[in-house]
Design a protein. Structure first.
Length: 383
């Protein structure tokens, strides 16, 4: 089918489900800690402070900054991804998968830095689907710089069928590329090393655009975009110029550190799923009149117990990260029955699906999927 996806709820026809094959470690360096700093500072035993790890030079790299992930977690994550794919297929959705990460591919290298590689798991992040266009977004984490390459066979098929395929400008991602203001003002702890003097590089060009598709809430011809840094704002400037005349962009500011989809999701026209009513105050005025479903607070027993050396990357609200299959059917983590019951109380069919280690791998069902074909078009839901 032709690429066609304008919103978050229209009947889902085709989707990409991510892969965790050969996920071995997290690399603790500047871009990683900036991206996850809200949760690293608050949700990890013995890590109440935010620290500034220096960019390791290519020469003499020891790998000591890589934090291993226990293989049992990866195995169980892969089991849950397969179950997610089968559940979607059982609901009549065509499922595509990215190329798996080969175990021999350990690093990526640019003129400015090198980093370990992670598999294409959270496929929502580095791609934005708007109608008939694939937009590869400029990454915020160095280890994910070439992640969309794993989706090339999928994107190529849509391109051959008539889709537009665009790549936003790629950042050099030196230390000087990152806007550190959010981390300076919003961190729960305090830096143990000054962050005012990032390491210089011969490739410094100043602040650059960096942006994830998961910062966007798609509403037909309208796009709500979360902006927390100058990097995000530059990318949003690019989007506004590129999409002029086709989509309207509404900026919201610091709704979260980056992604919007564990704060607010649109489940159907007129209905939002929100973390709290305070979220509504930051949304465009036209959305504040929509019905808002606020799920019960997460319970500790909704999550596995982890060891002190396991790095937690998401907030306890990660299960709000649901995937709509239609305006009345939503995939919900089976470990969160309170959310399922709340959705059912509002007339939705909640389909429970197992997802155990979402806090260790930075994503829920919405993050792990990229909807490429939905019914519906560029409707005006905010008029």
């Amino acid at each position: 089918m032709n690429l066609n996806s304008f919103d978050e709820w229209s009947p889902l026809k085709e989707v990409v489900v991510g892969s965790a094959e050969n996920y071995t470690s997290h690399e603790r360096e500047l871009s990683f800690d900036l991206f996850f700093h809200d949760n690293i500072t608050q949700d990890n035993v013995g890590r109440s402070e935010w620290y500034y790890p220096r960019l390791t030079s290519t020469a003499g790299r020891s790998g000591a900054d890589r934090q291993p992930i226990k293989q049992r977690y990866v195995d169980e994550l892969n089991e849950d991804l397969e179950l997610l794919a089968k559940t979607l297929e059982g609901l009549g959705v065509t499922v595509h998968r990215p190329m798996p990460l080969d175990a021999a591919t350990a690093q990526v290298r640019t003129p400015a830095w090198e980093a370990s590689v992670v598999p294409p798991l959270n496929v929502r992040d580095n791609t934005l689907i708007l109608g008939d266009e694939i937009i590869e977004t400029p990454p915020m984490i160095r280890s994910r710089y070439f992640e969309t390459q794993f989706l090339t066979p999928v994107f190529a098929r849509y391109f051959e069928a008539g889709a537009r395929w665009t790549v936003m400008p790629r950042p050099l991602m030196t230390d000087a590329s990152f806007d550190l203001s959010y981390a300076r003002t919003a961190t729960a702890g305090g830096p143990t090393e000054p962050i005012e003097n990032p390491r210089p590089s011969p490739y410094d060009v100043g602040l650059e655009m960096m942006f994830d598709g998961a910062q966007c809430l798609r509403l037909g011809r309208d796009l709500v975009v979360n902006i927390s840094t100058a990097n995000h704002a530059l990318a949003c400037d690019w989007l506004e110029r590129h999409l002029a005349g086709r989509f309207r962009i509404h900026r919201v500011h610091r709704l979260s550190d980056s992604h919007i989809d564990s704060m607010v999701l649109a489940l159907r026209p007129g209905t939002l799923l929100v973390r709290s009513t305070a979220v509504l105050d930051k949304l465009p005025e036209a959305l504040r009149s929509w019905d808002a479903i606020v799920p019960p607070a997460p319970r500790a027993n909704n999550f596995p117990q982890y060891d002190d050396d396991d790095l937690i990357l998401t907030s306890p609200f990660i299960d709000l990260n649901v995937l709509s299959v239609s305006p009345d059917t939503v995939l919900v983590n089976e470990a969160c029955p309170e959310l399922a019951h709340e959705l059912e109380r509002h007339g939705f069919t909640a389909v429970p699906v197992r997802h155990r280690h979402r806090r260790l791998f930075g994503g829920g069902f919405h993050c792990f999927t990229l909807d490429t074909v939905r019914e519906g078009g560029a409707e005006d839901y905010l008029a």
